[in-house]
Design a protein around this ligand. Sequence first.
Ligand code: ZN
Length: 208
Amino acid sequence: MYPISEMRMGPLKSEEPSNWDSNLDCYCYRKLSAEEVDIKMQGRATEAILFASADLGIAPPAVVWLRPSAPVDAASALGRTAYNWADECHAEFARVRVRIPAGYTPWPEKLREVWILSEVSRFPALEFVAVHEVRHVWQKAKDISLFGDVCRAEGDAYPYSYGALRRYLMAKGHLTQELELEIATLRESACRAYAQAWPNGKFATLEN
Ligand SMILES: [Zn+2]
């Protein structure tokens, strides 16, 4: 998931977050152990991932939970070399080029994972992130060039995940009018932000 409302590499100088490594132009994260993450959140994410995986006809990916990390801690594990997507395979730390707004699907093909920030606990934001990232896992397996093209990847993943979230909540008997309205509103604002970032892009779910 890319923060489509702020499509730029790195933060503005005036708002550098504490996990931004300004020497390497990367954001730093630590991968958490299962004991560090609320058990109910783990259950909610797993359920949403199972739903989206079945929906897309793929094996469910593993979840890795993340927390922003101080650049110095990430550097002690990963070194001070320039960004390399192979760093995403490290067991404990990760450095990535974009701010992770809520979730992320790592680049290396051998990592069949979705990454979720442990601070994303709100219902149904956590469920949304889970199904969104599963869509990226599906893209990665179907067509790596689609996955690698942010404009196409997000143009597909956002509309897919709002639709899938709605169907998921309905299947669970949790879809209220308020939630339906919230999802529709978020979809509209994502659509507008997307059109600004990629005026020629297509905000529509691809055929499976
Ligand atoms: Zn995405």
